[in-house]
Design a protein around this ligand. Structure first.
Ligand code: ASP
Length: 706
């Protein structure tokens, strides 16, 4: 078969009519029309109809074709023809033509696939099947078949295009793609590490990087000035729907820059990436301080596709007689609300009181929720009678109320509870009322984050990570009030309520970095142990630098508007961080744990297997990983003895027969004249019965036989 002559199905057009072509691909669908067989042949480029016609195709080819089934991998030769008028298929790009086959080769047969791969109906107007309804677990288990589906294939190709765009753009801007280690030390990004035990350093572990943060900063100290990497990051976090334990970040860092450099660079790049998905982003990207984001949307990743910004109404109630509000305000609390314009038809008193006030708002942490509906120029609710006319008029003006509006307010002594609960209500109501326009994209830079957050145990944690520069450096690391008031020079890129990425200008002075570690409660000793090598680098003229990382799985998923990030990852883990295809994570054999020094060997010292070496039977059992029972031992001893005698005889007669030696991997090599025999035990599966570890049909044995 001359594959060099092969032509992609999707590339053929009516201009090719009359051409002899060689095609190769998979049987997407077939239809038997009484001796006339139609097949949709699918390859990477698309689908083309091929026809087996008794008038043109030789009888043996027609006969062979009758046995073809879905997903058989085939090659065919034939002539490109126009379809008969009326037989065109507008569902496929090549629907005006077909290839009448004269030669067929079945390259590989296929079992019936566990789900339909074809999603293109063969007959114009017919309903196409598809795998959209197939359980995701099954799709992931047979991911290689799932990837044959055009939708998945297109996602992966689009992902490639977006990655190419990133690489070309950054290369043109003077960035170099440099890899950093995957087996490394812990990098603090707020999650747990995945650990990898070292065999050569028993009881010692590498950590998989949560990000290349430390290395990219070291590259800046190394004078690289502009670095980027499509970096795989690993974070052992609690399961969340759109998270993966390993994910890909566009990680970048630059020296002698400030925030404006990053804003300009990333805006341009983001616009280009989204353009690949046909999306034009509004420019320039607006900026919003963290404080403003919380104050007006209750979120540090605000969804700006719809209004519903918070309205502050605390001051309207400074003299109120409504006791709940009065008590809250006496305790330093606040009141904020949103106006759901013209939604009173959708939000009955019953829904507002019994669903939102009683259930939904408390589930978001609010102790209560106040609602009012505007009807006939008045505000109505179950509690309006407690408010003065001035207060109600104040609300009408502040919320710019017209009839049909619904006001939702949350009051609480805690500002955090008001903003967070109202923020959740804002999103919940926007979804419920269909206020979020489809196909709109609202990027925003969130800036001036607090440098630290208080932890539940009274300590401090970095909002971003400990290498982020504070807005001022003259703080006292022991003064928690002062620490909590510090802002950082960090920024997040947020789009439609999702954080696409973030970064910061970094600390480039050792003393400031030490102060931050001290503020985080690390002792001198802990700092030295964890970050000694890093701090040491700052003794050698660290340039001012900063950078950012963009979550590429999330970005690609948003550009392609897929239902989850798993749709844009070739081999993702499922929702419980497992891989249904390979079975990872999986248990490992005790021997492997022992080899890594991870088994309690009952006080035994010395290398695992050392004791077994003393007795040849035990040694054999150890290296072959075959457990031996007491009854099997004498049998094995006899076999070993026989083998030794045989070896001695061969050695004596050496010269007569050339011994078989090989230094290349060999399988099933037989001495000439002897016959290959398959053990009956292999057929019944008995052969693997006593193996402690099996992979497919094979024994797992030590990688090196001593
Ligand atoms: N390393 C950070 C992260 O993974 C990004 C950065 O600060 O550049 O979130």
């Amino acid at each position: 078969m001359l594959f060099s002559q092969r032509i992609f199905c999707g590339r053929l057009t009516p201009q090719d009519v009359g051409r002899q072509v060689l095609l190769a691909g998979w049987v997407d669908a077939f239809r038997d029309h009484g001796g006339l067989l139609f097949i949709h042949l699918r390859d990477l480029s698309g689908i083309l109809q091929i026809v087996f016609s008794p008038e043109v195709s030789p009888p043996e080819v027609c006969q062979q074709a009758a046995a073809l089934r879905a997903e058989y991998c085939i090659a065919v030769r034939g002539e490109v023809k126009n379809r008969l008028p009326g037989a065109e298929n507008p569902h496929i790009e090549t629907g005006a033509i077909e290839v009448v086959v004269t030669e067929l080769t079945v390259l590989a047969e296929s079992e019936a696939p566990p789900f339909a791969i074809s999603d293109k109906a063969m007959v114009a107007g017919a309903v196409s099947t598809g795998a959209d309804h197939v359980a995701e677990e099954l799709r992931l288990q047979y991911r290689y078949l799932d990837i044959r589906r055009p939708a998945m294939r297109d996602n992966l190709i689009a992902r490639h295009r977006i990655f190419q765009c990133v690489r070309e753009f950054l290369d043109a801007r003077g960035f170099f793609e440099i890899e950093t280690p995957v087996l490394t030390m812990s990098t603090p990004e707020g999650a747990r590490d995945y650990l990898v035990p070292s065999r050569v350093h028993p009881q010692n572990f590498y950590a998989l990087p949560q990000s290349p943060q430390l290395f990219k900063q070291l590259l800046m100290i190394g004078g690289i000035e502009r670095y980027f990497q499509m970096a795989r990051c690993f974070r052992d976090e609690d399961l969340r729907p759109n998270r993966q334990p390993e994910f890909t970040q566009l990680d970048l860092e630059a020296s002698f820059i400030d925030e404006e450099f990053i804003y300009e660079l990333i805006e341009e790049l983001t616009v280009r990436m989204f353009a690949i998905g046909g999306i034009t982003l509004p420019r320039p990207f607006p900026r919003m301080s963290h404080a403003e984001a919380i104050d007006t949307t209750g979120s540090d990743r605000p969804d700006l596709r719809f209004g519903l910004r918070f309205v502050e109404v605390t001051d309207l109630f400074s003299q109120t007689n409504y006791s709940i509000f009065r008590q809250i305000l006496q305790r330093g609390g606040c009141i904020k609300g949103i106006n759901l314009k013209g939604q009173s038809d959708q939000l009955s008193k019953n829904v507002l009181q019994n669903e939102y006030a009683k259930d939904i708002a408390p589930s978001f942490g609010a102790k209560g929720m106040t609602w009012m509906r505007a009807e006939s120029g008045k505000l109505e609710s179950n509690i309006v009678q407690f408010f003065s006319e001035a207060e109600l008029e104040g609300l009408r003006q502040r919320f710019e109320v017209t009839d049909g509006d619904v006001l939702i307010m949350v009051a609480d002594p805690s500002y955090a509870i008001v903003t967070s609960a109202l923020g959740h209500l804002r999103l919940h109501l926007a979804h419920r009322l269909g206020l979020i326009p489809a196909n709109t994209f609202h990027p925003v830079w969130i800036t001036e984050f607090p440098l630290f957050e208080a932890t539940e145990d009274g300590g401090m944690t970095s909002s971003h990570h400990p290498f982020t520069a504070p807005d001022r450096t003259d703080f006292d690391p022991k003064n928690s009030e002062e620490l909590l008031a510090l802002r950082s020079r960090s920024y997040d890129l947020v789009m439609n309520g999702e954080e696409l990425g973030g970064g910061s200008i970094r600390i480039n002075h050792r003393d400031v970095q030490r102060k931050i570690f001290a503020a985080l409660g690390l002792t001198e000793e802990e700092t030295r142990e964890k970050f000694g090598f890093f701090l040491r680098a700052f003794d050698f003229g660290a340039p001012p630098h900063g950078g950012l990382a963009l979550g590429m799985d999330r970005t690609v998923s948003m550009i392609l508007q897929t239902s989850s990030i798993r749709e844009v990852i070739a081999f993702p883990k499922n929702r419980s961080a497992a891989c249904p295809l390979t079975g990872a994570p999986s248990r490992v054999a005790r021997e492997q744990l022992a080899e890594l020094g991870l088994l309690d060997l009952g006080g035994q010292t010395g290398l695992p297997g050392a004791a077994e070496k003393e007795n040849p039977i035990d040694h054999l059992s150890w290296v072959s990983r075959i457990g031996l029972s007491a009854e099997e031992r004498p049998v094995m001893e006899a076999i070993l003895l026989q083998a030794q005698q045989l070896a001695t005889r061969v050695a004596e007669t050496a010269g007569e027969a050339e011994p078989i030696r090989t230094v290349v991997p060999a399988a099933n090599r037989m001495r000439p004249g002897t016959e290959e025999q398959r053990s009956a035990l292999a057929e019944t599966g008995q052969l693997l019965k006593s193996a402690p570890a099996i992979k497919g049909n094979y024994f797992k044995v030590a990688s090196i036989l001593e």
